[in-house]
Design a binder for this molecule. Structure first.
Ligand code: AHG
Ligand code: MN
Ligand code: MN
Length: 352
């Protein structure tokens, strides 16, 4: 008997064994079955990232306490130097992936050059790129921060990976995701079969599937941008913003929400619908190429956006089609519900 109001068998509520408990491991393993011939290597990299994020989460929730609990100034009780959280997150991600034989090369926002796998360890078929802590200016004020990761197949045939391995187009991503350290910690990722979110239960140290198949809601609510810089924007971006506010021909007005951690802004817009943008600006006198980095910030978020039914643009081009020229290359970035991103392109094409 199906209860029409609930759309499910009411007996399920009395049967504690009928509800699936889906841990991140179970889910990733189930997904792997959809790829015949998969070796499990990618699956294991995703586990390693999940583990890294649990370690980082446990430290981010103690931000502020570390200094208090460290008895000798910058040193903690074990005599280790207290690191800044972004350096700490960077080293955890590297150390959990440097020795596994799964990765050919890594690169991180925190290092000017690519990160070679140490000589004593084997290399593997994948490339891992990451922004260990996104929104670091929010750490000290107890506001959500994140981690972003991107995984490609290596292009080089063997040996230590190369810069070229790290400079691939976003459309060739094998997997991408982010972790948000907020009121709860969530890991959101895609391997090209939709976007799935997991919430960390800190009492057992496990991620559970909480948001399967996330899609941008059809009716977006928010626009997110640092409007404090409006006077440095191009006319197209200024007019686009007015349109979002219901002026300049716009007939809907969106609410403004801006956290200043792209991960958190993107995450909110993914769940509620909206657009995030960090455009080119002329703060320094000449028009910049934006602030956000293509390789380890924009491309992975663009991949997730498309997998969730949205899109991402640099104002004129699909972000996933851009060929990176350098590791820390910046681009103007517009991401979210497709019609809102396309509207930005229209205004920029018309007014610059
Ligand atoms: P990161 O902390 O990794 O350097 O990235 C910060 C980025 C991004 O998260 C955020 O959207 C943007 O900087 C905020 O910049 P403004 O303070 O200029 O708005
Ligand atoms: Mn960042
Ligand atoms: Mn960062």
């Amino acid at each position: 008997m199906v209860n029409a109001a609930l759309g499910r068998n009411p007996l399920q509520y009395d049967d504690p064994y009928s509800e699936k408990i889906v841990t991140i491991e179970r889910f990733i393993l189930d997904k792997q079955k959809g790829y015949p011939g998969a070796t499990g290597t990618l699956t294991n990299i995703l586990y390693d990232i999940a583990l890294a994020s649990k370690i980082i989460a446990s430290r981010t929730t103690r931000a502020g306490l570390v200094e208090i609990l460290g008895s000798t100034g910058r040193e903690n009780v074990q005599g280790e130097t207290v690191q800044k959280l972004d350096e700490y997150a960077d080293s955890i991600l590297f150390k959990l992936n440097d020795h596994t034989g799964r990765v050919a090369v890594m690169a991180s926002e925190e290092h000017p050059d690519i990160l070679a796998i140490p000589e004593q360890y084997e290399t593997g078929p994948y490339v891992l790129l990451y922004d260990p802590l996104d929104g670091s200016s929010n750490i000290d004020v107890n506001v959500s921060i994140g981690t972003i990761f991107a995984i490609y197949r290596r292009k080089s045939a063997s040996g230590r990976g190369t810069l070229e391995d790290c400079l691939q187009r976003g459309r060739d991503l094998v997997a991408a995701g982010y972790v948000i350290y907020g009121a709860s910690t969530m890991l959101v990722y895609s391997t090209g079969q939709g976007v799935h979110g997991f919430t960390l239960d800190p009492s057992v140290g496990e991620f559970f599937l909480s948001h399967p198949n996330i899609r941008f809601p059809a009716k977006p609510k928010y626009y997110s941008t640092n409007q404090g810089y409006e006077r440095y924007w191009t006319e197209g971006v200024r007019r686009y913003t007015e349109w979002l506010q219901g002026r300049d021909g716009g007939n809907t007005s969106f609410s403004l929400r801006y956290i200043g951690s792209m991960v958190a802004d993107f995450h909110r817009n993914l769940l509620t619908g909206g657009v995030f943008y960090y455009p080119a600006d002329a703060k320094d006198g000449t028009l910049s190429s934006g602030k956000l980095r293509l390789v380890y910030e924009c491309a992975p978020m663009a991949f997730l956006a498309e997998q969730a039914g949205g899109t991402a643009s640099d104002g004129a081009n699909r972000v996933l089609d851009l060929q990176p020229e350098s590791l820390h290359q910046r681009i103007p970035f517009f991401v979210g519900n497709q019609e809102l991103v396309e509207k930005a392109e229209e205004f920029i094409a018309q007014f610059g």
